[in-house]
Design a protein around this ligand. Structure first.
Ligand code: NDP
Ligand code: 8X3
Length: 253
């Protein structure tokens, strides 16, 4: 199989880093994006050395519309068309009842998880392969399937990702662009350290007493979705660790 060009947002950590590494190990060429340039540089070096594929890094903030459109416009001709966009960049901030939530946390979650994903997709669409082979993979969450207590803003943002994924699938039919939404449950990445703003004991407590998903589990699934035949599209995939049934039921030892 000829190599494909893959752009992964949020490739500096967690799922995005593992997804980029998996595509590279599969022989695909990868564009790594995220805000932390030092990490992008280190991961670029690591992937080049381990896989020998072409790697391009684009540091930008998905919340910033101009940065997003400038970054996409800067993608060299040799990287076009893009075959697969993985919209993975995202975060939760805080876990509080509605009345206690910090308004700034809501703003950042909506600007990143919802508007950022839409900006990146809109900006890359002219570069995305049409007529078969083009694929958008959006990172949702079980938080986009059920609303849990103190999850208000994050759950709203991931419900929006669920809705946007359905909307894209309909609107992009004519271009034969597949749209897949992957919805993981609890996974041990930097997610909880970000959510709890560096409070390590609280972040660690999220994963105590059971074996959570890890980034590799989700990356394996994303690659599986991306490696289906052209006429097959996995629309919606929910994955949890065995100890978790959904947002409400988690069995801790
Ligand atoms: P991490 O915190 O490990 O990774 C998040 C990634 O998103 C980082 O690479 C970060 O890069 C990037 N990112 C965050 N904000 C921005 C921004 N404004 N602009 C550009 N990039 C940004 O968490 P995960 O890997 O766990 O999370 C990845 C996705 O998976 C998110 O969408 C999350 O909501 C979702 N998810 C996570 C689950 C979990 O339990 N871990 C479960 C279900 C879904 P940088 O900081 O360098 O910009
Ligand atoms: C992350 C999973 O359950 O913390 O999206 O919302 S959860």
């Amino acid at each position: 199989m000829a190599h494909r060009n893959i752009l992964v947002t949020g490739a500096t950590s967690g799922f995005g880093k593992a997804i980029a590494e998996h595509f590279a190990a599969n022989g695909d060429h990868v564009i790594l994006t995220g805000r932390r340039k030092d990490r992008l540089d280190a991961i670029e070096k690591e992937i080049r050395e381990s896989s020998g594929v072409n790697v391009l890094t684009l540091p930008f903030d998905v919340q910033d519309r101009k940065q997003v459109f400038d970054a996409m416009a800067s993608i060299p001709e040799a990287w076009r068309p893009i075959d697969i966009l993985v919209n993975n960049a995202g975060l939760a901030l805080g876990r509080d009842h509605f009345e206690d939530t910090d308004l700034d946390d809501w703003e950042v979650m909506m600007d990143t998880n919802v508007k950022g994903l839409m900006y990146v997709t809109k900006a890359i669409l002219p570069l995305l392969r049409k007529g078969g082979g083009g694929h958008i993979i959006n990172m949702g969450s079980i938080a986009g399937k059920e609303v849990y207590e103190k999850g208000n803003g994050y759950c709203a943002s991931k419900h929006a990702v669920d809705a946007i994924s359905k909307a894209m699938r309909v609107d992009l039919l004519k271009h034969a662009i597949k749209v897949t939404a992957v919805h993981p449950g609890a996974a041990d990445t930097e997610f909880s350290m970000v959510r709890f703003k560096g409070d390590k004991p609280t972040a660690d407590s999220v994963y105590a007493g059971y074996e959570p998903l890890v980034a590799k589990d989700v990356a394996d699934i994303v690659l599986y979705c991306a490696n289906q035949p052209r006429h097959v599209c996995i629309n919606d995939l929910v994955v949890t660790c065995t100890a978790q049934a959904n947002s409400f039921y988690l069995h801790r030892k």
